[in-house]
Design a binder for this molecule. Sequence first.
Ligand code: SF4
Length: 73
Amino acid sequence: MRLVVDLNKCQGYAQCAFLAPDVFAMHGEESLVYDPRPDPGQRERLARAVAACPVQAITADGLDGSPEAAGAR
Ligand code: SF4
């Protein structure tokens, strides 16, 4: 899976860090750090985080679990 967060959009609401703490973390009050190549085991949490972001700042490939997206890099 690949993950991109548009940090210009991100408002630091931390919904993603709450829902997928192994992928996203807040660094200080407002800046977000994240794993751009999350483990496939994070898929469900990641999908929830994508859906929960109030400003749709998170874009992720491979959330549907297709072999190409999950395995091939
Ligand atoms: S949920 Fe969205 S706005 Fe909030 S920290 Fe995550 S990416 Fe940023």
